[in-house]
Design a protein around this ligand. Structure first.
Ligand code: BES
Ligand code: MN
Ligand code: ZN
Length: 534
């Protein structure tokens, strides 16, 4: 599917050869078209329908018309967008697509008028999300019905940056969805490594893949322990995107890559166990984020770490009570083999130390307890660092991919005590998402660290079973914001007497800088093309 951004007024839109239009209509006065006054059959019809109250004002209300006189497209859906906030736009676009989707048009226009950047992004991401379907392992994989989307806006230059960010984010989200959706036998650790290696061919990207031997040599005893019950060899995937200055500290993203989680010897119950193919959702989100970085080429260094393996019951599998030595040297009593995510992540977090990163964020479908705590609306965010937590919260809010900060009091670590090792790998049932985070925290000394528990948001169950691609949008937004913050700090660093002082001064500067949107615009490189494929 590709997006095209066009300056189109009402009359030009009416004449455009698309199969259908979605006309977005806010409360105030309707989209302001490029021509003044906005006119043309499409615009006039919509204006009249609203004026005559033939459509309600509630966000998502739709009015469908067929063969409007003077309009080339055969179908038109008018949809109400309220105050045109990104969240309202998302809801409206989803409603309009529901009214259009069977049969789905191949060429669709979105009539947006004088739309803001964030609203345009929301519209593009909502449409991509609603029109996505997984087909890879069907016997007759069908190409996507929706092929081409024209975004008719009043001022394309004003929203060019937002358009490019949305195109890249959609690509990243769809890569994450695709790989998370693939069944465990079609998305092994080796497959994930191949995906990373493809990304590694892109501009400013490098990828390194380690196998069992190298991982053993590094001393990743916890990661090895989880993988030892599987016939599939583990992979430790290292992705590097070098968009910043050579010696600039990178942001490290660590994605949990359990390609299937049976629970191991602490076997999971049968019902819905198939959904544990999504247990590499964190890894998929790291791959998706790197795909977006490859498109946007922002001025920042980013490292992606993916420990990937299966968690299987087997004669060689780890048993409850086994004690293993992590790469950090700390020993762990594996009381429950189903708490495997933290075992593979702890070694990846230790590995992250070598990059002297500016921040480390791990992303993991870590606990059922997080699903109970926050459901499928917000991811759990755990960090002892207020500033990092705030930046991630803000990025999630801006990208409509929200998270919610959870506590990390030391008392929560009580249950991790063991008589036979430095720690156990489980606490008790209470606050299970927090004890999991406390476990990880033991491997983050000196790091500016945050943990995102995406167990509730990475996929949907039931009828709409499938991956969501979350939190790619949050991560892309965060990295672009971070690139802007780095850039805002650069002059202060050059002129200040000591690096420490400079860091403090520039941190203050970043806080007082203008809107996030502006900063992000500066950080992304200007591109000439106005077409984006997804
Ligand atoms: N991958 C699961 C977490 C999970 C479970 C995500 C259900 C989404 C839905 C993880 O590896 C796991 O099994 N966690 C255990 C931890 C427990 C044994 C302390 C859990 O949450 O039950
Ligand atoms: Mn598990
Ligand atoms: Zn798991």
């Amino acid at each position: 599917m590709d997006f095209e951004l066009q300056d189109l007024g009402g009359s030009q839109a009416s004449a455009l050869a698309v199969d259908a239009w979605v006309v977005l209509w806010p409360d105030a006065c309707g989209p302001v078209a490029a021509e003044a006054p906005a006119s043309g059959p499409l615009h006039d019809w919509a204006q009249d329908a609203v004026a005559q109250h033939d459509i309600g004002a509630e966000v998502g209300q739709c009015l469908v018309a067929h063969r409007l006189p003077g309009v080339q497209a055969r179908r038109v859906v008018l949809v109400r967008t309220g105050a045109q906030s990104p969240a309202q736009i998302r809801k409206a676009v989803a409603a309009a697509w529901a009214a259009l989707k069977s049969p789905a048009p191949a060429r669709l226009g979105l009539y947006l008028g004088a739309v803001t950047g964030p609203a345009l992004q929301a519209a593009m991401q909502a449409l991509a999300d609603a029109s996505y379907s997984y087909t890879t392992t069907l016997s007759k994989p069908k190409p996507r019905q929706l092929q081409h989307v024209v975004l008719a806006v009043a001022d394309s230059l004003a929203v060019q940056g937002a358009f490019e960010r949305a195109c890249a984010t959609v690509q990243g989200v769809e890569l994450a969805k695709e790989w998370a959706n693939r069944p465990g036998n079609h998305a092994t650790p080796t497959h994930l490594a191949t995906v990373a290696q493809q990304l590694g061919k892109k501009n400013r990207m490098a990828v390194e893949v380690l196998g069992p031997k190298e991982v053993a040599k590094l001393g990743m005893g916890a990661f090895l322990a989880v993988a030892q019950g599987s016939e599939q060899p583990l992979r430790f995937i290292v992705l590097k995107y070098q968009g910043g200055a050579k010696h600039d500290a990178p942001v490290v993203l660590v994605g949990k890559g359990i390609t299937f989680d049976t629970g191991g010897i602490s076997l999971k119950p049968g019902p819905e166990m198939d959904e544990m193919k999504f247990d590499m959702g964190g890894a998929a989100s790291v791959l998706g984020t790197f795909a977006a970085l490859a498109e946007l080429q922002p001025a920042i260094n980013v490292v992606g770490l993916i420990p990937a393996c299966e968690n299987m019951p087997d004669g060689r599998a780890i048993k409850p009570g086994d004690v293993v030595t992590s790469m950090s040297g700390q020993t762990i009593e594996i009381l429950n083999t189903d708490a495997e995510g933290r075992l593979i992540l702890c070694d990846a977090l230790t590995y992250a130390q070598r990059f002297k990163p500016r921040a480390v964020i791990d992303i993991a479908t870590l606990t059922g307890a997080c699903v109970i705590a926050l459901g499928s609306v917000r991811a759990g965010l755990f960090s002892p660092e207020d500033e990092l937590a705030q930046h991630l919260t803000e990025a999630g809010a801006a990208a409509l991919d929200p998270c919610w900060r959870m506590p990390l009091d030391d008392e929560y670590a009580e249950g991790l005590k063991s008589n036979f090792a430095d720690m156990g790998n489980v606490g008790g049932r209470p606050a299970g998402a927090v004890t999991a985070a406390k476990f990880l925290q033991k491997f983050t000394q000196g790091l500016n660290w945050a943990h995102l528990d995406i167990a509730g948001v990475a996929w949907k169950g039931g009828q709409a079973k499938g991956a969501t691609g979350r939190p790619v949008a949050l991560l892309v937004q965060y990295l672009l914001d971070e690139a802007a913050r780095i850039q805002a700090q650069a002059p202060a660093r050059d002129s200040a007497p000591s690096p420490k002082l400079a860091a403090k001064a520039s941190a203050r500067k970043a806080h007082s800088a203008s809107s996030e949107a502006k900063k992000t615009d500066k950080a992304a490189k200007p591109a000439k093309k106005r077409k984006g494929a997804a």
